[in-house]
Design a protein around this ligand. Structure first.
Ligand code: 5AD
Ligand code: SF4
Length: 415
């Protein structure tokens, strides 16, 4: 979501004739920030120290802090005299208006300056719903981003078109709570109806993805519609956070382990080609060793393709904040290691099953290793694929025959 907002702000500034700075003498420095875990906040604060030094050498520099940490850290940011703007991320248009106040007078604003502006990116990010109305006890999002607001279909279609016009080859439909889409709209559109409308309106768009979903809201109808849309990539990110009912209750997740198992079962039944990933929080304050064992057993039984795990980070003004952070860091890290070991063995086995298959890869660019004729992209199932090719296929879809597999990626050759 932050990437999508930054993209839109960047596009607006470029359309006004500004250029991306390549050294420390930028006229304008913007941070679009995350507050989901304290690590992201700390990183921003420490970088801010560096920018403050640059501003001492180049006093006309303007510094703006946008997004969730602008809200969560507001009092401490207000004490920093070198910060020119503190603007929360609840509303993109308000963010853009605030950024415009930092521009020098000689920059002439165009009448349509606030309407959708996009920097060209291979993957076009289209937010379909902002904020979240759930109240998971560990999560700061409802406070920093506000309650859920679905965007009307017309706006989503316009923005998708703008991304495709600027050269995006795939579209990500984004929401903190994607499957709640439409509940707050008068016309009561369902998420599957919205995805279908985007799919049908842009036959030239070869790949559509959606993120991120709550197990509570997975319906058979959503799965039936998505599995029938050929250009929706077969990949489902479904965070369950914990495998213990006691922890799920304390997290106020409104789902039990049985519900998670049932919904995962529906995905396997109705959309069997879809790969599945999840998010897991390790070391929630009430998580006993036996609760964590429940998480391991759930992970083991679900045969997940990917999982993102995070050490619990207490967030001020959330319900869980009062519970403190009683689990020692070393214990959290130990649990993380056990989870990673289990996931590593699942992935080694699962990824090997791709060998011999040919997959369509959207090529992001040369491989980071810098080796000649090596490129990287993602398969429809979201696997990173590293492959050899005689031509440079960056920015296009190519077929890659899978010849090797690792824990977190696949390897092959352009065919
Ligand atoms: N501590 C650690 N992880 C968190 N997440 C959300 N809030 C916290 C927190 N306080 C994780 C959840 C969510 C992902 C985006 O971030 O797993 O799905
Ligand atoms: Fe946060 Fe997701 Fe829960 Fe919403 S559903 S409160 S964004 S964890």
């Amino acid at each position: 979501m932050n990437g999508a907002d930054s993209d839109s702000i960047e596009g607006m500034l470029l359309s006004l004739g500004m250029e991306k700075a390549t050294n420390g003498t930028a006229d304008l420095v913007l941070y679009n920030t995350c507050a989901v875990r304290d690590k992201a906040e700390h990183r921003m604060v420490s970088e801010l120290g560096e920018v403050a030094k640059a501003k001492r050498l180049y006093p006309s520099m303007k510094i703006g802090i946008l997004g969730c940490a602008a809200e969560s850290l507001r009092p401490s940011l207000e004490n920093r005299h070198y910060v020119d703007l503190i603007q929360d991320g609840k509303d993109l248009e308000e963010m853009k208006e605030a950024v415009l106040t930092l521009l020098p007078d000689e920059i002439e604003l165009t009448p349509d300056v606030l309407s959708t502006h996009r920097a060209g990116h291979l993957s076009g990010m289209v937010p379909v719903i902002r904020g979240c109305s759930y109240m998971c006890s560990y999560c700061i999002v409802p406070r920093t981003r506000g309650l859920q607001r679905s965007r009307p279909l017309e706006e989503i279609l316009q923005e998708t078109e703008a991304c495709l016009d600027k050269g995006s080859k795939e579209i990500y439909l984004l929401g903190q709570n994607f499957l709640a889409y439409g509940r707050d709209l008068r016309e009561g559109l369902k998420p599957e109806e919205m995805v279908r409308a985007v799919h049908d309106a842009f036959p030239e768009c070869r790949r559509i993805r959606f993120l991120t979903s709550h197990p509570h809201d997975v319906t058979r109808s959503f799965l039936e519609v998505l599995s029938s849309l050929p250009r929706v990539a077969p990949y489902f990110h479904l965070p369950f956070q914990s495998g213990s009912d006691a922890v799920l209750k304390a997290m106020r997740r409104i789902t039990t382990r049985a519900v998670v198992e049932k919904k995962m079962g529906w995905i396997r039944e109705i959309w069997p080609q879809a790969s599945i990933s999840t998010d897991i929080i390790i070391g929630f304050p009430t998580e006993r060793a036996s609760d964590f064992d429940d998480t391991l057993s759930l992970v083991d039984s679900l045969d997940l393709d990917f999982a993102y795990s995070f050490l619990y980070s207490p967030r001020p003004q959330t319900r869980a904040w009062e519970m403190g952070d009683p689990i020692p860091h070393t214990e959290k890290v130990d649990r993380m290691t056990r989870l990673q070991d289990l996931l590593g063995s699942i992935w080694s086995r699962k990824n090997a099953q791709w060998i011999g298959n040919t997959v369509s890869v959207l090529v992001e660019g040369p491989e980071k290793s810098g080796k000649a004729n090596r490129f990287t992209g993602r398969s429809p199932s979201w696997h990173p694929v590293h492959f050899t090719s005689d031509i440079d296929p960056t920015g296009t879809f190519v077929d890659v025959k899978i010849e090797r597999s690792g824990k977190t990626s696949l390897g092959g050759v352009h065919v």
